[in-house]
Design a protein. Structure first.
Length: 128
């Protein structure tokens, strides 16, 4: 009569034959572990954005915020951004040049708006 352990091993061998081959072979075991660790390290590496990509994401975050919270009779267009990355608070201190067109009073002006934007670009805290 076969032991329960050998039956489970046999069932697993049918499902994962390559896995058992690697575990049985000592030389393959260390190289397999190395490949798995290397894959995990490369997959978890944070992607570094270029300055242009970062500026575009900050402008998009502010544009979305103004579209949601701005006055309905005004049209906002974020033109450019000057920013500083605050690593302690994990956000960007930003100064935007924004063109505002208000249809009701026939106003067209460009002004400066300041805001803090979180590192994940989801939260905008307007300061001015």
């Amino acid at each position: 009569m076969e032991s329960k352990n050998s039956v489970e091993e046999y069932d697993l061998f049918l499902i994962f034959p390559f896995y058992f081959y690697i575990l049985k072979n000592t030389a393959m075991r260390s190289s397999f572990a190395f490949i798995v660790l290397l894959t995990i390290l490369l997959a978890c590496k944070q992607r570094v954005m270029s300055e242009a990509e970062l500026e575009n994401k900050l402008i998009k975050a502010m544009q979305d915020y103004l579209d949601k919270t701005g006055k309905k009779d005004a049209v906002y267009k974020v033109e450019d951004v000057i920013f500083y990355s605050d690593q302690e608070r994990k956000l960007y201190n930003c100064e935007f040049h924004v063109n505002v067109k208000a249809n009701a009073v026939k106003l067209d002006t460009t002004g400066i708006m300041k805001a803090d934007i979180s590192n994940d670009f989801n939260k905008v805290i307007r300061k001015q």
